[in-house]
Write a protein of this length. Structure first.
Length: 555
């Protein structure tokens, strides 16, 4: 391990004096009492080898000996600092697309935004910004959202929670990532028999979860590896034939669970019309789609005519699938399709269209933020015998559950349901609200699973609490991923600009900022939306002429 020179430690401890502001960006930073971040001292203190700096675009650039995200050692990763203090980073390899200074810091300081208790959460006011993040090119002069606190202990209920606790000390993967993927997998294994009701609709156990975290530090693949091992112990045939990946179209999903297809033909010998089997179809209607590269699927879904998101919605709803294209005659009835997807936050925000977020595709997902839970340089020491024993017990309960039908809540669970139903079903504003509107059926599906693996004939209050703990974490994850965006590109763009100006902006300021390319009618509509959602306040100022309006960000 290399020794950090004393002079570099001194530079970290004693920030350089604030430079004389040279332009508006400098004035904003200086007004908040921030000083330019010492990039070189930071890299050295964290053991990141580099060469430089060299002059670059009026600022300085450092070239890293190895990429911090994927380990590329061809010196393709760089960090540079602009004259105004703004810091940028990237790596030229395609696998590191979307990585920047914030992601570099997340990689070398895992969990830096995750408070150990709610009281330890970083201040989300302007004064609480970390100096380095104030110069981050991904969220320049905005506040980074804290990573969600872990789910409540109630989420680790029963046998499901026991096997997660058996694994947890011996892996860097987040326990919640293992837990949720295991629930999704078991819900698919059990199939379409057990279900619960939310109002008039039957809800089966096919769940869809999206794990969102950094490429290298999220340990998404590691968490799935344990779930895959459990699946193979529980039912090897199902694990090897019905867990698939590579979805890119709705037709592909339908084909994997297609019905038997026949057609009528005239027998040339007898002249009679007979039914001929064209395709035997698929007898096992269970399908667990595991997508380690969910970004590819979202990119494919954006192509004209692609039916992927529409078919996924039908998978979650009814399991009766078909498309209206002439080239795809396949259909499926009673399909039991589940989804486990992995993606980075940056890629998700870039690829998930506003339409998909608003049309119900996004709100069929359980969003799970995941990061490395601990550092285990020498690995763990999993008790393989205990692990296998628990997996076999889970398998026995899964086989028992396959013959079950509807599960209802008992009296105590009904009392709890009545108490939480209002909040659970309440509409929430903006993009976050559009993505979390299905709390009622999601919680019931999860609670049914917990009941089945307690070998219970009814859903108890403990099962509801476990499901609610997961859903609370999912909502917190969605808030971390999507923030308070409204899903309206104009309103979201204006909100970002207004947040950069503590004193607010006028309509003229906004029109000038957008080069007068954003029509006044769209600006007005966006302002009304932002004000209705309490994201900005309108300050009226007296002038010599008519009263002027200034728009100031709330909070």
């Amino acid at each position: 391990m290399s020794t950090v020179p004393d002079e570099l430690l001194a530079r970290l401890a004693t920030p350089p004096p604030t430079p004389e502001p040279a332009h508006p960006a400098d004035r904003r930073v200086a007004g908040r009492g921030l000083t330019p971040f010492d990039v070189e001292a930071y890299l050295s203190a964290h053991g990141i080898a580099f060469t430089g700096p060299v002059p670059y675009r009026g600022g300085q650039k450092w070239r890293l000996d190895a990429c911090v995200w994927a380990g590329h050692d061809d010196r393709a990763a760089v960090v540079w600092q602009a004259p105004d203090g703004k810091i940028c980073a990237n790596c030229s390899h395609n696998s590191c697309e979307g990585k920047g200074w914030k992601e570099l810091r997340d990689a070398v300081e895992p969990g830096r935004w995750q408070p150990s208790t709610p009281e330890d959460a970083p201040d989300t006011g302007a004064a609480g910004l970390d100096e380095a993040d104030a110069f981050d090119e991904a969220s320049s002069f905005t506040v980074a959202r804290p990573f969600p606190a872990p789910p409540a202990d109630e989420a680790y209920h029963g046998l499901i929670g026991e096997i997660v606790r058996c694994i947890e000390p011996h892996t860097e993967a987040a326990p919640v990532a293992i837990l949720v993927q295991l629930l999704v997998a078991l819900g698919n294994l059990i199939g379409r028999g057990p279900h619960s009701r939310a109002e008039a609709d039957s809800h089966h156990l096919n769940l869809m979860a999206v794990l969102v975290g950094d490429t290298a530090m999220g340990r998404k693949g590691t968490s799935w590896g344990y779930v895959r091992r459990i699946a193979e112990i529980v039912d090897l045939r199902w694990a090897r034939s019905r867990i698939q990946s590579g979805m890119s179209s709705g037709e592909g999903i339908i084909y994997a669970v297609r019905d038997r297809r026949t057609k009528d033909e005239v027998d040339k010998r007898t002249g009679q019309t007979v039914e001929v089997v064209v395709d035997e179809g698929v007898s096992d209607k269970r399908l667990l789609v595991q997508e380690g590269e969910f970004g590819r699927a979202l990119a494919a879904a954006e192509r004209s005519g692609n039916t992927l998101t529409a078919v996924i919605r039908s998978c979650w709803d009814t399991g009766d699938l078909q498309t209206l294209t002439k080239t795809s005659p396949d259909r499926a009835s009673g399909a039991h399709v589940s989804l486990i997807a992995h993606i980075t936050r940056e890629e998700l925000l870039r690829l998930l269209s506003t339409t998909d977020a608003a049309n119900g595709f996004g709100n069929r997902m359980i969003w799970i933020a995941t990061t490395r839970s601990k550092v285990l340089p020498f690995g763990g020491n999993l008790d393989e015998d205990r692990f296998a024993q628990l997996a076999n017990e889970i398998g026995a309960l899964a086989r028992l559950a396959m013959g079950r039908g509807e599960l209802k809540r008992d009296e105590e669970a009904n009392a709890l349901w009545g108490a939480i139903y209002g909040d659970l079903s309440a509409a929430k504003p903006g993009l976050l609200g559009a993505l979390t509107t299905r709390g009622v059926p999601q919680v019931m599906r999860l609670a049914t699973l917990y009941a089945l693996f307690d070998a219970e004939s009814a859903i108890r209050a403990a099962h509801l609490r476990a499901a609610l703990a997961i859903w609370a974490y999912s909502e917190a994850s969605a808030r971390w991923i999507f923030g308070d965006a409204l899903g309206d590109p104009d309103a979201d763009a204006i909100l970002r600009v207004v947040r950069q100006e503590p004193e607010g902006l006028t309509r003229t300021d906004l029109m000038n900022h957008f080069g007068r390319n954003l029509p006044a009618a769209r600006i007005n509509r966006a302002i009304v939306s932002l004000a209705e959602h309490h994201l900005i306040r309108i300050v009226r100022e007296r002038t010599d002429g008519r009263t002027a309006e200034r728009f100031v960000a709330v909070g």
